[in-house]
Ligand binder design. Structure first.
Ligand code: GDG
Length: 432
């Protein structure tokens, strides 16, 4: 497919030695078309409306949600900037695929200019229940923006159900099996659980460099079992709750001290947002408390890394660790748990997974927990560490079969087929 990518560059051209035009021309050779935003707009649009209004509300944290008219204005302006840039490249019969909560108004803006184009939207984060969504002062404008798309996708059936309820209660539009008629237009809403590049994670796991790295680490930790957690720094990921559960586990099960460590990678994210700064401090303190309480000369209960790693190192960690502990308080899908399972080339390993992650709907062979229940999580850690090898292998093998079948290529194919179907239905309706 001859496709191009349009997106926010993520940096300011004045921070680069190259001139904006030179940069643009180099990127366009790779079919990449950057949008440069003013520093102030980034603050209001990205750190502001996207990440202090939409992100917390959609993850069920109304108490962290702030609503500022100025930020909403900039959000609208930036969505319009995206629309203008797309219109420079797109034709009436092109397929335009819009991703995520930063661009909720874009489908509607584009529909006005390109009434016949194929426009699809996929949201990577949850869509909250109507009772939460209705809090948003701009709920109606937001919904009208999204429904400019022909196909609207979410990770889970629950997200679809919540979205359809909001569309019905706020816009008064009824659906039949996810298909809605609005004035003279049909559009469809459905669940498309995102898969991963399964083969890539298997290949990485088997690569010589990965095996060497795993071998080196194993020597260092020989008889200590390792529990892995990897997330971006985010309050939705349940990192403090996870640390509290690990603390409780060590307190109640002293026989496991010096025999197990939590290897916790936290990837820096949205560091300019105050809540994220506070969260970092809270995590640092919790790690400090656990360390000072249980640490011995030869053993460290928490191996904590606040940084990003190359993918190959992630693969080594996925293969090194006996257990993955993935406990978000709310997560659209969560890919880390899928990558852990896909990377286990020897078929062993235990996955503890929060019921609040979209992935829990698919990975039913994981040990499923409620991340707010510290005692249950601590119990699950013990169960995972004691799971017999044949039981580990049975569970991992079942989950690997599922992840291989429903990989990212399958996801794209199913999504595009669904878009064709709704376009077909629209054409049939136009003939009547
Ligand atoms: C959003 C939704 C939804 C992590 N650390 C490093 C690194 N990663 C990669 C992982 C994984 C990705 O980042 C994280 O994806 P998640 O799904 O876990 O979480 P979000 O970033 O919050 O993503 C989420 C997702 O969109 C997709 O729709 O699942 O619910 O919140 O792929 O491997 N990659 C590298 N170094 C790291 O240190 N290279």
């Amino acid at each position: 497919m001859n496709s191009i990518w349009i997106g926010w560059a993520g940096f300011h051209p004045e921070d680069f030695s190259e001139k904006q035009d030179e940069l643009k021309s180099k990127l366009s050779d790779q079919n990449l078309f950057p949008i440069f935003l003013e520093k102030d707009d980034v603050e209001q649009f990205y750190e502001g409306f996207s990440n202090t209004t939409l992100w917390p509300l959609f993850h069920y944290f109304p108490k962290y949600t702030s609503c500022h008219e100025e930020q909403w204005e900039v959000y609208k302006k930036v969505n319009q900037t995206f629309c203008d840039e797309i219109l420079k490249h797109a034709n009436e019969d092109d397929f335009i695929w819009i991703h995520d909560y930063h661009l909720l108004l874009l489908p509607g803006l584009l529909r006005e200019k390109l009434p016949k184009a194929k426009i699809a939207f996929f949201q990577h984060i949850p869509f909250p229940s109507y009772e939460i969504f209705r809090i948003l002062p701009w709920r109606e404008e937001i919904l009208k923006g999204i429904i400019g798309a022909d196909l609207i996708g979410f990770h889970t059936n629950d997200d679809v159900k919540h979205f359809l309820t909001s569309v019905q209660r706020i816009l008064g539009l009824e659906n039949k099996m996810g298909v809605i008629r609005s004035e003279d237009r049909l559009f469809k809403v459905d669940a498309f659980p995102l898969g991963i590049d399964y083969d890539k994670f298997q290949e990485l796991a088997l690569a010589k460099t990965t095996e060497r790295q795993v071998g080196l680490y194993r020597k260092q930790f020989h008889d200590v079992k390792l529990i892995l957690s990897i997330d971006r720094l985010d309050y939705s990921k349940g990192i403090p709750e996870r640390l509290k559960a690990f603390d409780y586990f060590l307190e109640k099960n002293p026989e496991f001290r010096e025999k197990v460590s939590l290897l916790m990678i936290v990837v820096p994210s949205r560091e300019k947002v105050q809540l994220y700064k506070n969260l970092k401090t809270e995590i640092d303190e919790l790690v400090g408390n656990i360390t000072s309480k249980y640490r011995t000369v030869n053993w460290n209960p928490v191996l904590y890394f606040y940084r990003a790693y190359p993918l190959q190192s992630l693969s080594a960690f996925y293969n090194l660790c006996d257990v993955a502990l993935i406990t978000p308080l709310r997560d659209g899908m969560n890919l880390v748990c899928k990558e852990y399972v896909a990377s286990r080339h020897d078929g062993t390993g235990s996955l503890i997974l929060s019921e609040m992650a979209g992935a829990a709907k698919e990975l039913s062979e994981a040990i499923i927990i409620n991340p707010y229940n510290i005692q249950e999580s601590a119990e699950a850690i013990k169960t995972a560490l004691c799971l017999p090898f044949d039981e580990q292998k049975r569970r991992i093998s079942d989950m690997q079969l599922l992840l291989k079948k429903y990989d990212v290529i399958n996801w794209t194919t199913v999504f595009l087929n669904s878009l064709e179907e709704i376009k077909q239905k629209q054409a049939e309706m136009a003939m009547k």
